[in-house]
Ligand binder design. Structure first.
Ligand code: NZQ
Ligand code: ZN
Length: 408
């Protein structure tokens, strides 16, 4: 296991009715003036926004509102928020929504202290030095931003969807998580969120760092639990217990607990971000297309960890001599690693399709003729000629993965 620092100060307030505490929580974390950030209207229709405002009123906290954050949030909304912050002068950001809303709130929080253009953070020209505290009322389990130190913003002018990762600064102070708030999610968003959280776990799982059993077993346990609970929420969106399990899993999938002390691999996320930047698709649905393609390629070129995932999570049985070390896939004959890994990759793809009703190819995602050359060129412009990770990817290899995603 590698050396690591883990700083996760977020107070998670989980369960029914917890949004009533949001005013007290803001006060507890130093708020005097609050900017509420929300999306395209789901929190208005559900009445959640009114309840949040009532809780702030009860805590005598003045607030302003920034609504209309769209999925795959963009630069202009951040500028709008920064303008509003200059006049209202909030000392606390309250995100009421999902990853898009939280990431917009985090970026305004970081940009408020910066003299230059906040986009500098995303293109590596500047680092966030200080930022306003952020609180969250979560309405969709997916991105994991409520516990992560990340934010992702799309620049529509340059067609770049880029992220920043600064866990010491960007993790929220608190996250209110009431599974009942997720019951209004359409199946598409529920399933996209589940695909996203599974990718967050598996991208941490794919590592060459040896002796990381704790992280591996946590990841496997989370994946098994998600695959057990997911069919229940798809069948019955009002199943509180299944919603609760999925909601908590979305947070721990991405708050780093299962990736401490190991190299991670975020290349399939980078490949998906190019798809959502160009075609504005739902992030988790894009991952349901790219991730199985990525696994299929890895099954061929670097199968050991994919084979472990296939055996322990996806139920693929290896054919090995009786004295073989079944838990150490590195010792298996390479052809058997590849066979098990490929069977696992295909099983996961079928599971996304059959259980979550997710698209698993570009055509199913609504992009029958994707411009793969363009996606691939931008990918390497943003991420470098060779993307390091579980297996280093140059332009030729990422093109092969994009091409695998053409197959239904
Ligand atoms: O905008 P409203 O009307 O609120 O509707 C939203 C939106 O259309 C809707 N929704 C949310 N909660 C609902 C609801 N509809 C009914 N009932 C509810 N309770 O769902 C839609 C999607 O919302 P969004 O916030 O975009 O979803 P998600 O949480 O999946 O966030 C996606 C964004 O997060 C980024 C993604 O790239 C994407 O931009 N990510 C952020 C990460 C991070 N900060 O750590 C990591 C992730 O890998 C990801 O890249
Ligand atoms: Zn994601």
């Amino acid at each position: 296991m590698n050396n690591f620092t883990f700083y996760s100060p977020t107070e998670f307030c989980f369960g029914r009715g917890r949004e009533q505490e949001v005013g007290q929580l803001c006060v507890k974390y130093g708020a005097h003036r609050v900017m509420i950030v929300y999306g395209g209207g789901s929190v208005v229709r559900s009445g959640l926004l009114e309840r949040v405002k009532a809780a702030l009123d009860a805590a005598s906290l003045p607030y302003c509102e920034l609504g209309g954050v769209r999925p795959n949030p963009t630069v202009p909304k951040v500028y709008e928020g920064l303008d509003l912050a200059r006049t209202f002068k909030p000392d606390f950001m309250l995100a009421v929504g999902g990853g898009s809303v939280i990431d917009t709130a985090k970026t305004i929080a970081a940009g408020s202290y910066y003299e230059g253009d906040f986009w500098d953070f995303f293109i590596g020209k500047a680092k966030v030095g200080t930022c306003l505290p952020v609180g969250v009322v979560l309405t969709i389990p997916a991105a994991g931003s409520e516990g992560s130190g990340n934010a992702v913003i799309t620049n529509e002018k340059t067609l770049q969807k880029l992220g920043i990762r600064q866990p010491m600064l960007l993790r929220p102070k608190f996250a209110v998580m009431n599974p009942e708030l997720t019951m209004t999610l359409p199946e598409w968003q529920t399933a996209s969120g589940i695909s996203d959280m599974m990718a967050h776990i598996m991208e941490r799982y794919l590592t060459n760092t040896p002796d990381v059993q704790i992280g591996d077993r946590m990841a496997e346990g989370m994946l098994l639990a998600i695959m057990e609970e997911a069919p229940k929420v798809i069948a019955n969106p009002r199943d509180y217990e299944a919603r609760a399990n999925i909601m908590w899993c979305g947070t721990i999938a991405h708050n780093d607990t299962c990736s401490l002390g190991r190299q991670e691999d975020w290349n399939s996320h980078a490949m998906e971000h190019e798809i959502s930047a160009e075609y504005d698709v739902t992030h988790g649905a894009g991952l349901a297309v790219i991730f199985p393609a990525f696994l299929q390629y890895m099954a061929f070129v670097h199968p050991h960890k994919v084979a472990q995932l296939a055996m322990r999570v996806l139920g693929i049985q290896p054919n090995l001599p009786t004295d073989a070390d079944i838990n150490n896939t590195n010792t298996w004959p390479i052809a058997e690693q590849q066979r098990v890994a490929m069977a696992g990759a295909l099983k996961l793809k079928s599971w996304f399709h059959d259980v979550l009703h997710m698209p698993v190819s570009f055509a199913q995602l609504g992009i029958p003729q994707p411009n793969l050359e363009l996606l691939n060129e931008r990918l390497h412009q943003n991420k470098g000629a060779v993307m390091p990770g579980y297996f280093p990817l140059d332009a030729e290899t990422t093109m092969k993965i994009y091409k695998l995603a053409l197959n239904d």
